[in-house]
Design a protein around this ligand. Sequence first.
Ligand code: ATP
Length: 355
Amino acid sequence: MNSAYVKGLYKQFGEVKVLREVELQVGSGEFVALLGPSGCGKTTLLRLLAGFEQPTSGEVWINGQLAAHAALNKPPEERRVGMVFQSFALWPHMTIFQNVLFPLQHQREVPESYRKNPRSRVEEVLEMVGLGGMGQRYPSQLSGGQRQRVALARAIVFHPSLLLMDEPLSSLDVELRVQMRKEIQHLHRELGASIVYVTHDQSEALAMADRIVVMKDGRIEQDGTPDDIYFAPESPFVARFVGKANFLPGVWSDSRTFQLIMAGRSPRPLRVSRDFSAFKAEGVLPVRPEQIRLHPRDSQPSREAGFLEGQIKHVQFQGREWLYTIAVGAEELEVAAGPGERFAYEENVWVEFCI
Ligand code: ATP
């Protein structure tokens, strides 16, 4: 059974069309990231799943039950969904314990054992998020990371089958954000709940999600695994929005063969393993910086082997990798190389495409 299923969804605020033709399935236990630029409708879609907004048309199903259409909107407390907001939205006048207890008292569907003994459930969940013994503090007495954990505890305390998170880490500093990513992934495995996670941070989506739904202007642009989204973008927008991409110039002779035209050389065929038909009109092949290898010019590879001549134009040390800008004729390419592949500024190299 799907935890969430959205069918033919449209949402309009007055004259403003915010969501169009949205189709989405979230399988049981899946971690789905909604990724897209500011204003593309991610939060609105999440609010429709939660029950804070009603569809203009189309249907929202939660846990196998019809939750909303143009003439129906089940309230959030009847949907068994937990929600974590960007702002955390804790009640400042309540202790941590009371904040986490609140949903147990107000959600419609709470497991009987939690309802009978809510205090021990709250203690258990506070332990789970690393806040054991802190129940009597107030939100103002906690750090940003600790407040985030309270927000998580409050969202999971009644054992929701679907957890909705709206940019939950965006107000934390970088170090804490990376740590909390791991904790949310750990919690996801432990709880077995499905997660829909809104973010505009592509690295967060790539790192955490089983599936990424990329949105643009209220529509779904691509829905796929992180690997698909990164290595097989289905539109120029996805290739540009998620990660960096080089757009090699040329023509497509069929859906799997690209004739590369670079550096004044005659076209050379590159076979690709995935479908890039969306790039046919533009006459480009998207290639990630990691899909290009560099070789010293005095090494074996030759023109016959299909390599191109390039020259290093810029070098950036990134810790685990080196980023090079390479001039190939009039084009520039971005290349990411491992620590073993070191090249100097203005060094001549062979360029190989590993696609
Ligand atoms: P961000 O990453 O900036 O939060 P988002 O992708 O989550 O953006 P939404 O918050 O869903 O985008 O907003 C999508 C569009 O809908 C925006 O243009 C916004 O101005 C508009 N919008 C959202 N809520 C309302 C509302 N209640 N009334 C009118 N317009 C709204």
